[in-house]
Ligand binder design. Sequence first.
Ligand code: 4AD
Ligand code: MG
Length: 431
Amino acid sequence: MMEIDIGEVSKYVGKIVTIKGWLYNKRSSGKIHFLIIRDGTGYIQAIVEKKYVRAEIFDLYDELTLESSIEVTGKIREDKRSPFGYEMDVESIKIVHKTLDYPISKKEHGVGFLLPIRHLWLRSKKQWALMRLRHTVIKAIRDFFDSRGFILIDAPILTPSACEGTTTLFETEYFDEKAYLSQSGQLYMEAACMAFKKVYCFGPTFRAEKSKTRRHLMEFWMIEPEIAFANLDDIMELSEDFILYIIERVLEQRREELKILERDISRLESVKKPFHRVSYTEAVNFLHKNGFKDFPWGEDFGTPHETKISEAYEKPVIVHRYPKEAKAFYMKEDPDNPDVVLCMDMLAPEGYGEIIGGSQREDDYDKLLKRMKKLNMPVDDYKWYLDLRKYGSVPHSGFGLGLERTVQWIAGVHHIRETIPFPRLLEKMYP
Ligand code: 4AD
Ligand code: MG
């Protein structure tokens, strides 16, 4: 018997095939049983009619519990009225393993109940749609940079020093030394771009931030391009093309998943170039007029401020030139205003907040060293990084896009925890 994936069922209309999967749902009119089967590649309705199957097959219905694994054989038929487009007229059913008391039922469950059973929750339809969307976003990210001549350079995960500041590091032991889980591959990408011009890394990153917001994970995936001879304008432009590329790919390939997620697709379709660009100072003025009249110039934006700014726009907005004191040590000072640095954050619309953070890097040896000393950084640990400013230093820039924040926005889900298969949340890492 030919065994097929539900995802390719359209090729088998009129054929008798076997589908191996799990029972997702069932109902019966007495004479006809309707089974919804999922096999991980899709969903299909299988019809078991009393007149057409042997009695022992028809009577299996009562034993078919939700999430039992089954093999079902029958003829595929196109059905325009069916939400799945195709149906199977069942000839035989085999139970592979009978499930008893599956904890997730078809009624709504709270997240407190679902998170500890994430290993089962992943089977639910919305989670299925989200992970397939995530897959497509990852593929689009790779294709975008690969098609533009970037070289993938993997950054280490165990690192001897901090990239984004010491307060959010997970510490571990590396034999007799201390090591930290990487917060960002950026510093290594800066070295790599001097060897390969255009590079990117794409890996897990770790933040021991004690934040419990709907946008923070302790472990998340970040894509970080870095380009030699590029300035702030170059990467702002690149970041726009990049986001458009991802959105277009998703609209092309993941309509069904977006529908399952009840995403308003018109919001994604309205993302067009150019994105809005405002300076930090302009953004602060906007906040002053919109509910945050005491926000002090000089502070970094928090979640509520980003939400407010990004709600004001249909499309993503790029906020550039933040105060130097609020940002990381490696950012290059604006030659026109020493109080700000040549950096950018991209905020997603509809209140989703920052999805990209990037900057032009300080490429002057003396300025960088002075800055690091002023911040009391252990300069010796960064000798290799300073070397890059000693041997053929050039202007260079890059950014980091948070994968899960991007999926969160595109999918339109409220909380970031659902956008990664097994989320690491504040003090929660089971399973
Ligand atoms: O703005 P961040 O901290 O920038 C960097 O790490 C730079 N070194 C990147 C670079 O220039 N190469 O982080 C970049 C992005 C954020 O815009 C956000 O999308 C995501 O990473 N991010 C998080 N996502 C989920 N949970 C967290 N705790 C995150 N922190 C940052
Ligand atoms: Mg940032």
